[in-house]
Design a protein around this ligand. Structure first.
Ligand code: S3P
Length: 183
């Protein structure tokens, strides 16, 4: 499979900037962008928050897995912004890897994520308690680290810069893939 025919999947903790960076990246590489949480909202008529609060996390993860599968299977190569917990589920990682997508971890410090999630006007069920959120952040890092690429996100670094870094990394990977194909 050539580099340009692959999806690019963006992962990272809540508040890492997945949606914004995914949009900026899609503009730069001229493809569509799909935000998994938005897609779940379209498919179910409810927000992830509502689903988690009303039906529980397990039900939400099922919707999430289905939305991811549908996107990977049916859409043209695009940029997919995951919700912060999607990449933690083994079957989702397996699905993404089966489709040979490029995976990118936006590695942002906890304090930055926390400031963003508490400052946002949407309520996140897994960001209601700071101590619990720190535990979740620490627990999830080993899974995020399984993404193929890691990009550091910091306070002063804007989404356009992060997206530009990803473009550079993706072209390096694509060049290596082409070299391997030739040899
Ligand atoms: C979740 C993150 C949320 C959303 C849901 C669960 C998580 O997405 O999918 O509330 O488990 O971390 P964002 O990472 O976009 O906030």
């Amino acid at each position: 499979m050539s580099a340009s025919s692959r999806h690019v999947v963006i992962t990272g903790f809540m508040g890492a900037g997945k949606t914004t960076v995914a949009r900026a990246l899609a503009r730069k590489i001229f493809c569509a962008v799909i935000d998994l949480d938005d897609l779940i909202r379209e498919r179910t008529g409810r927000t992830p928050q509502e689903i988690i609060d009303e039906d529980g996390e397990h039900a939400f993860r099922e919707h999430e897995g289905e939305a991811l599968r549908a996107t990977l299977e049916t859409s043209e190569p695009c940029v997919i912004a995951l919700g912060g917990g999607a990449w933690i589920i083994e079957s989702n990682r397996a699905l993404v890897n089966k489709h040979e997508a490029f995976t990118v971890w936006l590695d942002a410090p906890f304090e930055l994520c926390w400031r963003r999630v508490t400052g946002a006007n949407i309520q996140r069920p897994f960001a209601r308690d700071r101590e619990k959120a720190i535990l979740l952040y620490d627990k999830r890092r080993e899974f995020y680290a399984q993404a193929t690429l890691r990009v550091e996100v910091s306070e002063g670094k804007d989404p356009e810069t992060v997206a530009a870094e990803i473009v550079c990394m993706l072209s390096e990977v694509a060049i290596k893939m082409n070299e391997n194909l030739r040899n």
